[in-house]
Design a protein around this ligand. Structure first.
Ligand code: HEM
Length: 142
């Protein structure tokens, strides 16, 4: 592997690692924070999910750019990657809905809205921890 390719992987992987910290840390902090302090951690979690949605595929694109093909993965590695993609899609949507000021994307009844607000952070935390666990399997089965 060339120095340029290693540098590209390292740069994108560094961003990806900080994104992982932001999803897990932001979600746990929002879950534990007082309701009035929750929004700023929500933005951290959203930044994390967004970073992962961009930097994850970017790791694959680095391979494509330098090797002219995507990494040849199968079995458990494919399953781990699929789990990560699902976690990002759900995590991003959930936290974006929490932060979105537009009423029509949120439950209309007050009870459902309250339940949604209560469940967002345990769910986002579970998704982030699941993706982080899947990362270990992707790393060693790829
Ligand atoms: C669209 C979603 C994602 C894609 C496409 C993706 C893709 C990748 C790829 C290709 C690698 C390199 C694997 C290797 O070293 O062979 C990687 C590593 C990693 N990913 Fe993701 N990822 C995604 C989401 C996430 C999420 C949500 C997290 C955590 C919250 C995460 C955490 C990590 C970590 C910690 C590593 C480094 C693993 C290690 O080297 O030990 N990823 N990811």
């Amino acid at each position: 592997m060339s120095v340029a390719q290693n540098l590209a992987y390292s740069a994108v992987q560094a961003v990806h690692n900080f994104g992982a910290v932001a999803t897990v840390g932001g979600s746990i902090a929002a879950m534990l924070a007082a309701p009035e302090a929750r929004r700023k951690f929500a933005w951290l979690a959203l930044a994390g999910w967004t970073t992962q949605a961009v930097s994850g595929p970017a790791l694959g694109l680095v391979s494509y750019y330098f090797d002219h093909r995507f990494p040849d993965i199968a079995g458990i590695a494919i399953a781990a990657l699929t789990i990560k993609i699902i976690c990002v899609a759900l995590g991003f949507t959930l936290v974006a809905a929490y932060l979105c000021p537009c009423e029509r994307y949120l439950p209309s009844c007050a009870y459902c809205l309250e339940r949604f607000r209560r469940l967002v952070w345990p769910t986002s935390t579970t998704l982030a921890v699941t993706a982080l666990t899947a990362a270990a399997f992707l790393r060693w089965f790829a």
